[in-house]
Ligand binder design. Structure first.
Ligand code: PLP
Length: 398
């Protein structure tokens, strides 16, 4: 057994060896600037062109020209949001959700200070978006709607096709941005079938390195560039292209397509095995997303009346990496904004753990976690101040 069990693939993923291989030539001998005129730059510029074709197919765009390479998912989101709003400054209304990633939410917080009105659509207790609220909130003044395809903490999938229909029926001029960072390699992505105007992805979430991403902008959507300089990326994102990382992300996208079926069946089977065994064996556990549709690799489980951070420390001692639904904000433990939006009971919100698998997760690793976790939880529960409540839960389960 490998002594590291990595179940935090929604945070970042291991770089696939074949991705490293695809990058190496551009880190070594093929170092030319792809914009140069001499023959030596031909391999670099061809690598960019081929990568653009691969990413076009990965998201099913109509044209390679609709793909812009960026440095990460955060840059893709910033470029999409600010790009649309800066291009047409007449409309000042934006609709988004309460559960977006900070790289989207914090842009909107800044825009609110600049005079934009932003509405945040809520979710139900399973983490599913309130589509009626979304429908009722879009007006003639809505410039942009942005909804993540799947949530990073819960894995819950938003029905982006249905959402785009709602948007276009209410206001055909409203642009639709989808943060697709957490669906890459997990479910098929099709921007045309789902009528998406802008869509962001990030390489390090699907076995490419950190520091590379892409933004799809359909040919009917105009944006003002965020990064201004040279003519790269058809003037939409200046800066010499990161050739090795772009080539690596393209390889990762090809591998993601090859492995999609495996992800949707085998990774899902392992996720379900982990989840059902935890629920069966651990009396104070609950799946925070109920029956909501999720990406195949993620489960978010609350352990009632105990602290998530303590669970993570104990797991880390066993070589198991997972992540907590809580973020440590300025010294105080603030529960996650996503779980709060779902109204996860206070008894479970502080003890919620996200487990996110990948195609590299093995059955032995899942069995190891299933074997070790009950005593970890038991040890922590023993020092919880909520002994009476825990006993009640134990009695209920037996
Ligand atoms: N969007 C979602 C849903 C994410 O989970 C993340 C990263 O965790 C990002 C955007 C940001 O991506 P990056 O780390 O590439 O900036």
């Amino acid at each position: 057994m490998n002594n590291l069990i990595y179940l935090d693939n929604n945070a970042t993923t291991k770089v696939d060896e074949r991705v490293v291989e695809a990058m190496l030539p551009y880190l070594k001998e093929e170092y030319a600037n792809p914009s140069s005129m001499y023959d030596f730059s031909k391999k670099s510029s061809r690598a960019i062109k081929e990568a653009r074709g691969v990413i076009k197919d990965f998201v099913n765009a109509a044209d390679e020209k609709e793909i812009i390479f960026t440095s990460c998912g955060t840059e893709s989101a910033n470029t999409a949001i600010r790009g649309v709003l800066n291009y047409n400054k007449t409309k000042k209304h934006i609709v988004t959700t309460k559960i977006e990633h900070p790289c989207v939410l914090n842009v909107y917080k800044t825009l609110e200070k600049q005079g934009y009105k932003v509405d945040y659509v809520g979710v139900n207790s399973n983490g599913e978006l309130n589509l009626d609220e979304l429908r009722n909130i879009i007006t003639d003044e809505t410039a942009l709607v942005s909804v993540m395809w799947a949530n990073n903490e819960t894995g819950v999938i938003n029905p982006v096709g249905e959402i785009s229909q709602i948007i276009k029926s209410k206001n055909p001029d409203t642009k639709f941005f989808v943060d697709a960072v957490q669906v890459t390699g997990k479910i098929p992505i099709d921007v045309q079938a789902n009528s998406i105007d802008l869509l962001g992805i990030s390489g390090h979430k699907f076995h490419a390195p950190k520091g590379v991403g892409a933004l799809y902008v359909n040919s009917k959507t105009m944006i003002t560039p965020l990064i201004i300089g040279g003519h790269q990326e058809r003037g939409k994102r200046a800066g010499t292209e990161n050739v090795p990382y772009i080539a690596g992300m393209a390889k990762a996208a090809e591998l993601a397509i090859d492995n999609l079926q495996y992800e949707m069946t085998e990774v899902k089977r392992l996720r379900d095995k982990l989840e059902s065994n935890i629920i069966k064996k651990i009396y104070n556990s609950r799946v925070n997303t109920g029956i909501a549709e999720r990406v195949p690799n993620t489960t978010n489980i609350g352990f009632e009346y105990i602290e998530g951070e303590l669970i993570l420390l104990h797991l880390s001692d066993l070589g198991i990496c997972a992540s907590s639904g809580s973020a440590c904000t300025s010294g105080s433990l603030e529960p996650s904004h996503v779980l709060r939006a779902m109204n996860v009971p206070f008894t479970a919100i502080h003890g919620s753990i996200r487990w996110s698998l990948s195609r590299f997760t093995t059955e032995d690793e899942i069995d190891y976690v299933i074997d070790k976790l009950p005593s970890v939880i038991e040890d922590i529960a023993r020092i919880s101040p909520y002994q009476k409540e825990l006993q009640t839960l134990k009695n209920l389960k037996n």
